[in-house]
Design a protein around this ligand. Structure first.
Ligand code: GLN
Length: 329
């Protein structure tokens, strides 16, 4: 996606390796990152870096530093506590400084370390995909529960706007009979999704198509379950979000048009043509959008079964049943 020049990439690729750079550049790095001096211990790095990130208004600064340091030292986070007095080597120190500097610019932790966990599965991420959110995990669970209870021998699933592929891949992993089709407009996002898919060994059952919405589907495609976590932020609100989101998540994955509801109108009008009567659609939405989203879907084509809250108690997705309305593809 075009909105993130220079975003993403693994830490290794972007690590400039401070030592050995011309003096001026190294000095600039020192200024930009937390100040470390020779012979620094794990505990000192944690403390100084946490202070640095706190000054940059990063939430949970100590936790963030611990996760970055654990990543660099290839330790579980709790392993740091057993190694508080260990001194970092100069290359380790350079690497930590660079990662903490990036976090100080409000680049998301997940993008810096290159992965996150979704429903217990590791998903690679970079700046070209929306970082999968814990709020979306319950939608995935609702999807695989439905698939496994459906009694269908080979249920067909459609993931509209797959991003990192987290929903498509998790559904394929949790339901070994499922065949999943995943759509995205962004070739860069699809590259990440394909890598995640291969890594989790489900490439044979997940097909990716690049394009704008349903136009990317092969003719005659029909599905038993639709999942979608579409862009739903009203355009003018994007500027008010945390820098991690507004500057680092791809804009295409966030922007839901003037009122944030463009994609629900589109799904309500177009998705029914690709779903078998009686099949289910699960669509995530943003804070407070439940009534408006339900109203958009309450047409001849859709039955709004319920609105489901996420683990934090906020209404988060709508469960829709494809009614017997006319197919208008
Ligand atoms: N389906 C992906 C997710 O749930 C991407 C969603 C998006 O890019 N809006 O994280």
């Amino acid at each position: 996606m075009k909105s993130r020049p220079g975003g993403g990439g693994t830490p290794q690729k972007t690590h400039p390796g401070g030592r050995g750079l011309p003096g001026g550049k190294e000095f600039a790095l020192q200024l930009a990152g937390p100040p470390y001096f020779s012979a620094v211990t794990v505990l000192e790095v944690i403390q100084r870096s946490a202070e640095f990130l706190a000054r940059k208004d990063v939430e949970t600064p100590r936790l963030q530093v611990e996760l970055l340091l654990a990543h660099v030292l290839r330790l579980p986070r709790m392993g740091l506590y057993l190694n508080f007095s260990r001194e970092l080597t100069p290359p380790e120190l350079d690497q930590v400084r660079e990662l903490v500097r990036r976090r100080g610019t409000r680049e998301p932790l997940q993008v810096i370390v290159g992965s996150t966990s979704f429903c217990g599965y590791e998903m690679m991420v970079n700046g070209r995909v929306l970082v999968p959110r814990p709020e979306t995990e319950l939608l995935a669970e609702c999807g695989w529960t439905h698939l496994n209870q459906s009694g269908l021998a080979a249920p067909a699933v459609l993931d509209f706007g797959t991003g990192s592929g987290c929903l498509a891949i998790t559904l394929a992993l949790k339901c070994s009979a499922a065949r999943v089709t995943a759509l995205d407009i962004s070739p860069e996002a699809l590259a990440v999704a394909r890598q995640n898919c291969a890594r989790h060994g489900v490439a044979e059952r997940v097909q990716f198509h690049e394009g704008d919405g349903f136009a990317a589907l092969p003719p005659g495609a029909e599905f038993d379950l639709l999942v979608a976590n579409p862009p739903y932020i009203p355009t003018a609100e994007i500027a008010t979000l945390e820098p991690e989101v507004r500057e680092h998540d791809p804009r295409l994955a966030l922007d839901g048009g003037a009122d944030g509801l463009d994609f629900y109108r589109r799904l309500a009008a177009e998705a029914g043509a690709y779903l078998r009567p009686g099949s289910l659609a699960l669509c995530e939405f943003g804070d407070g959008q439940g009534p408006a989203v339900s109203a958009i879907f309450a047409t001849q084509m859709w039955i709004v079964e319920r609105v489901q809250a996420d683990y934090s108690g906020r209404d988060r997705f709508v469960v829709l049943r494809r009614g017997a309305g006319p197919r208008v593809a």
